[in-house]
Ligand binder design. Structure first.
Ligand code: ATP
Ligand code: MG
Length: 177
C-alpha cells in the first residue's frame, strides 16, 4: 500500500463550521481506525457535546483543552495566565506531534491564539515542520496567517452567509455546544 501522505489542513474564515468540520474529519478518521487527538488552544471554548462524544470514542479520539490543570494558570493576582496556558498547549502539541501516537492531530483555534499573540506564527510553522510524513495536521481558527496557508495542502475558508446570532437567536444545543 502507498505511504500515507499526511496533509496540513487549515479551516479558516469568518463563517461558522471551522471546528465542526475539523471534528467531522476526525470522526471520519476514527471510523477508519486512525488515532485522533484534538488540542483546543482557546480556553473557555468548552463544548460539552463534543467532549461527551469523545469520551465514547476514547481512547482513539481524545480532546485536550488548553488550561487543563487550570489552577496552574492563574497568576498571583488572580487573573488568568493565558500566556502560560498557551505555552503549555504549544509544548503539548510539540510532544504529541512527535510522539508517533497519533494519525491526525487537530489544533483547534490555534490561528486565533496567533492572532491574540499567545502563539507566534514561527511556532506554528515549527509544529508543521515537526509533523511526521504520514500524520495529518489540522489547524483551525479565523484569520489564518498567510505563512501558514502557504505551507498547507488543503485550505478552506468558511464564509458567513447567515448566522442565527444576527437575528438574535440564541445558541442551540447540538448546534453550538
Ligand atoms: P463551530 O465550532 O460551530 O464549527 P467555528 O469554529 O467556525 O464554529 P469559531 O470562530 O470557533 O467558529 O467561533 C466560535 C463561536 O462563534 C461559535 O459558537 C460560532 O457559532 C460563533 N460564530 C462563528 N461564526 C460566526 C458568525 N459569522 N457570526 C456570529 N457568530 C459566529
Ligand atoms: Mg472554532
Amino acid at each position: 500500500m502507498a505511504e500515507t501522505h499526511g496533509l496540513v489542513i487549515v479551516n479558516t474564515g469568518n463563517g461558522k463550521g471551522k471546528t465542526t468540520a475539523a471534528l467531522g474529519m476526525g470522526f471520519r478518521a476514527w471510523g477508519q481506525g486512525l488515532r485522533v487527538l484534538v488540542i483546543q488552544f482557546i480556553k473557555g471554548n468548552w463544548k460539552y457535546g463534543e467532549l461527551k462524544a469523545a469520551e465514547k470514542l476514547a481512547p482513539d479520539f481524545v480532546i485536550r483543552q488548553m488550561g487543563e490543570g487550570f489552577v496552574k494558570h492563574v497568576k498571583s493576582d488572580g487573573t488568568a495566565d493565558h500566556q502560560g496556558a498557551a505555552a503549555e498547549a504549544l509544548q503539548m502539541a510539540r510532544d504529541e506531534i512527535t510522539s508517533g501516537k497519533w494519525d491526525m492531530i487537530i489544533l483547534d483555534e490555534i490561528n486565533y491564539a496567533v492572532k491574540f499573540g499567545l502563539v507566534t506564527v514561527g511556532e506554528c510553522l515549527e509544529l508543521i515542520s515537526l509533523k511526521p510524513a504520514g500524520m495529518h495536521l489540522v489547524m483551525t481558527g479565523r484569520d489564518a496567517r498567510e505563512e501558514v496557508i502557504d505551507r498547507a495542502d488543503l485550505v478552506t475558508e468558511m464564509r458567513e452567509i447567515k448566522h442565527p446570532y444576527k437575528q438574535g437567536i440564541k445558541a442551540q444545543k447540538g448546534v453550538e455546544f
